[in-house]
Design a protein around this ligand. Structure first.
Ligand SMILES: [Cu+2]
Length: 690
């Protein structure tokens, strides 16, 4: 849901932007997709200087906020060497780590004040205009530690804010809810030896400004280990990998106003959802529309860019005979992508193989129905059999294929695609064969947003088919290990023991579940919130039942989870219920979880036949409710939760199983950052056993 900004909403203007506008020329849209700037660890360490600042975006003729990243200068200076060709920092940097590495980040805040933040206008939130920031390593299974007497560093900890001293002194109110620092903050993040190889990302997590900072361009990706750690596990496949190309694809979007300034308080209604008949094809952006008739802003002559590594509508030539693996991350603040590879000659979306979801390689079992596969993937795609592949024996791993992927903000998915003929068989591409990598657009429910349709890239098939390429890649799935991360907990023992035990932190009784409601508070329809209750094995509420959702209270942890005996992982089941009439995106830090299928939950799946462990997620779409969900006047005692209990508001709960292995304080929230900033977040505490 989008809440209107004022029609004459203030816009970012900075000297740098004016200069950039004068100097910039529009770059060719036919540019070939470039890989992100990549910085790799050496000898087990990646020690970085990371400066968050405003910078021109030459590809988009505007200015964004970017991370300038380099290896930390030996002299301790807070400036990165300036290369002759200014790198496209907006596209996003790739940080490459190996398992067991240490990532050190000296984060410097040089951001300008934010002038269009919605939440800075709320009582007690003026400090947000100073644009404080921090950093989160999304999907990484690492400690969120706080500094201690002998270690001044932070782990993957969001309860710290770094202010730019040039922007002035913050008036600290309880809403700051974090350690307050000026200038810089040092992070040290140890990657466990048993961490999965895969694709992760990093972004700021300053509550109230997350949308602004991510939308303006602050975000990059992290890879752990090598693709060959999970692609592949047999000789035929390994031989083929060398013939397969790889691209890392960072999906970002930026709203550029008619003035040329970017808008950090992203407006989902910037463009019409789809082009009208006769409009030019939307290649890399959609044109702004005039929303004044409906009380919004006039974006005519503005452009909403949807880029790959910062490039609008690049060309992706597929030169390898084995096609390409695409490692895709949705680094948008709020946009949901519904992606496909459209073959205009065949008049359909091409089929591709799914290798990993949310940074963990998949190992689904044969014998699952297509609907079960959809369930365990969190509804991220509709699977279909991979072409020309013999059916696997039940109980063995089976490749996953699809034609469309649904990626809400923060989702990652790794795909293998190659040219295929009209039978979907791998084949040599005819001369001039191409496909369009497309955002098909998506409506996130009756009160949700209508994310626009945009063509993202032109994909040109040039490679000759090679018979040695297998019909499907044999994936060495790591998800099953992550479903019971006992080795990971062993790696993290020292970090976990730094956290003080809490005798008041009681384990959930066997068979009980925590239930989380996602919705809009009845007393504040412009906010977002969560509610909590515990249920027993029969589904009856234990203790205080949830009555209404409430916005984020950073000082009050909703849940405390003690680790198991000897600080081993402890697995809980949570029920997620969306009582809003728009989709949300459940995300929790410091863990991976699996979706428990309806059949497994109902006990119709035999023990030992647990299907879902082959897919582990860190975010998944929670589809909107239908029926009557609190659409009554506020004076009415009815609210979405009571409507859900009465059956008027229809929303089947989704059960997830979460193995907790990492101690500390962190959060779970909706990863549509407009919603997170609006309060759809809660604090969780995990404590070691004494
Ligand atoms: Cu949401």
């Amino acid at each position: 849901m989008f809440h209107h900004t004022k029609p004459n909403g203030r816009i970012l203007r900075s000297a740098i932007c004016v200069i950039a506008l004068c100097l910039m020329v529009s770059l060719s849209h036919a540019a070939e997709l470039a890989e992100p700037i990549t910085i790799s660890s050496e000898h087990g360490i990646l020690d970085l200087l990371m400066i968050a600042k405003a910078a021109p975006i030459q590809t988009l003729s505007s200015t964004g906020w970017v991370y300038v990243v380099c290896k930390r200068p030996a002299d301790g200076s807070e400036a990165c060497p300036q290369p002759a060709d200014t790198p496209n920092y907006y596209g996003g940097t790739l940080l490459h780590l190996e398992k067991g590495d240490t990532l050190r980040i000296h984060l410097v805040n040089q951001l300008p004040p934010v002038t269009d933040s919605k939440h800075a206008l709320e009582p007690g939130h003026a400090f947000l205009t100073l644009n404080p920031t921090n950093i989160h390593t999304h999907g990484m299974l690492v400690s969120p530690h706080s500094p201690s007497a002998d270690d001044p560093t932070y782990g993957d900890n969001i309860f710290v804010l770094t202010f730019n001293p040039l922007n002035g002194q913050a008036v600290v109110t309880p809403h700051v809810h974090s350690a307050v620092r000026y200038g810089s903050t040092d992070y040290e993040i140890k990657v466990p030896a048993n961490h999965p190889s895969g694709l992760f990302w990093f972004h700021p997590h300053a509550h109230g400004l997350s949308l602004n900072q991510v939308s303006a361009g602050l975000g990059g990706i992290i890879t752990v280990g090598k693709l060959t750690d999970y692609v592949c596990k047999n000789r035929a496949c390994s031989d083929a990998v060398s013939k397969i190309g790889v691209h890392h694809i960072i999906l970002k979007d930026l709203q550029v106003l008619p003035s040329g300034d970017m808008q950090s308080q992203e407006d989902p209604r910037f463009c019409a959802p789809a082009p009208s008949q006769g409009d030019a094809p939307r290649q890399g952006y959609c044109p702004g529309q005039d929303n004044r008739p409906s009380g919004g802003n006039n974006y005519t002559q503005g452009k909403w860019y949807f880029t790959l590594n910062g490039q609008p509508y690049p060309t992706i030539p597929i030169r390898s005979s084995g096609g390409e693996i695409w490692r895709i991350a949705n680094v948008s603040g709020s946009a949901t992508y519904d992606l496909s590879l459209w073959n205009p000659v065949q008049n359909r979306d091409m089929i591709v193989q799914v290798l990993s979801i949310d940074g963990v390689s998949v190992s689904p079992l044969a014998g699952m129905s297509d609907s079960q596969k959809k369930e365990v993937s969190g509804g991220k795609f509709d699977s279909e059999p991979c072409p020309d592949v013999e059916a696997a024996k039940p109980g063995t791993e089976e490749p996953l294929c699809t034609r469309r992927v649904h990626m809400m903000p923060s989702a990652r998915i790794e795909l293998w695609g190659a040219y295929r003929d009209t039978n979907d068989s791998l084949a040599s591409a005819p001369q001039g064969a191409f496909a369009v990598f497309r955002q098909n657009g998506y409506q996130t429910g009756p009160s949700g947003d209508n994310w626009p349709t945009v063509d993202l890239a032109r994909v040109e098939f040039q490679g000759q088919f090679d018979n040695s390429i297998p019909k499907a890649l044999a994936v060495n799935g790591e998800a099953v290990n992550m479903a019971n991360p006992v080795h990971l907990a062993g790696d993290l023992l020292t970090a976990n023991l730094r956290v003080a035990p809490d005798p008041n932190c009681k384990p959930l009784p066997p068979g009980h579940m925590r239930r989380m409601f996602y919705g809009v508070p009845t007393n504040n329809l412009s906010a977002f919130g969560l509610a909590y209750e515990e249920i027993d094995e029969k589904g009856n509420v234990v203790g205080e039942p949830a009555t209404d959702v409430t916005a984020f209270d950073p000082m009050k942890p909703t849940v405390c989870v003690p680790l198991g005996p000897g600080n081993t992982p402890v697995t809980e089941r949570w029920q997620i219920v969306n009582v809003a009439t728009e989709d949300h995106n459940f995300h929790i830090h410091q863990v991976k979880f699996r979706v428990v299928t309806k059949d497994e939950f109902a006990g119709t799946i035999l023990p030992g036949q647990v299907l879902g462990k082959g897919v582990m997620l860190d975010n998944f779409p929670i589809a909107h409710a239908t029926g009557t969900c609190g659409n009554n006047p506020p004076s009415d005692p009815s609210n979405p939760i009571s409507d859900w209990r009465s059956g008027a508001c229809i929303s089947p709960p989704i059960t997830v199983e979460i193995p907790f292995a990492i101690a500390g304080d962190f959060v779970y929230h909706c990863h549509i950052l407009e919603h997170e900033d609006g309060g759809m977040m809660a604090r969780i505490r995990v404590r070691p056993t004494p």
